[in-house]
Design a protein around this ligand. Sequence first.
Ligand SMILES: [Fe+2]
Length: 292
Amino acid sequence: MIIETQDDVTRAVLAEMQRTPDPRTKEILSALVRHLHSFVKEVRMTEKEFQAAIGYLNAVGQKTTPSHNEAMLIAGALGVSNLVCLMNNGLKGTRPTQANNLGPFFREDAPHCENGASLLRSPTPGPTLSFRGWVKDIEQNPVAGAVVDVWHSSPVGLYENQDATQAEMNLRGKFTTAADGSFSFVSVKPAGYPVPTDGPNGALLAAQKRHNMRPAHVHFLIHKPGYKTIASQVYDPSDPHLETDSQFGVTRALIGNYVKTADDAYTLEFTFVIEPGDSARPRAPITRKVAA
Ligand SMILES: [Fe+2]
């Protein structure tokens, strides 16, 4: 159609989308155009702001590498990651869930470990953390044979992929639940950490005078065919940023009971519930660590 008014632009784009054969693709893209055009009108977007927005989107892609995922960081900083998570877990958002954001630092191919094994693959000073977890179904029956990926930051707040001084796959491991649904490992207690701010995510936070800290946590990914694969994070309630997580990941169900047993030792026990569903594993946001 020939465009005569501002509203004609939206009508023209939606009309061209009518031939989209896949109904879900059509629904998503039509809603995107309606909301995007409405957003542009609501904020009365100037040409200068439009150019800045295009530059911002391009910078997100340019910042992303095999060891860094800027788009995932921004999805978290805008609260979209956890919104999508809560809508799609806990029986479609009707119950509390242990599911949580995958985050930008998950890597596939962590080494398989025996229960009780250490996650340390290079010297990593810090307080010991002894973890024991259980995986159960929604009727509280133990789930044996689930594969649980574990990963976390070091006591100075760096994941191995960000830190050339840590060995490949340090503080990462893959465990299999026993007949009683349990799995366990020994590691060091992770620290809270700043998310990277040297790219567009940093510009977003700075413009809003927001800090870039995440409260200390351990990540999990729980996978067993027949059950919905979930990512999870268990947070340290003593962390000063528990209530102001820059990635909006902290939910009530995921505050862990980190128990101090000695000056330099903690224990943590936690039960994860998984529900029937699609066991497809999420795509890893990164594929390797930074070069030494
Ligand atoms: Fe994390």
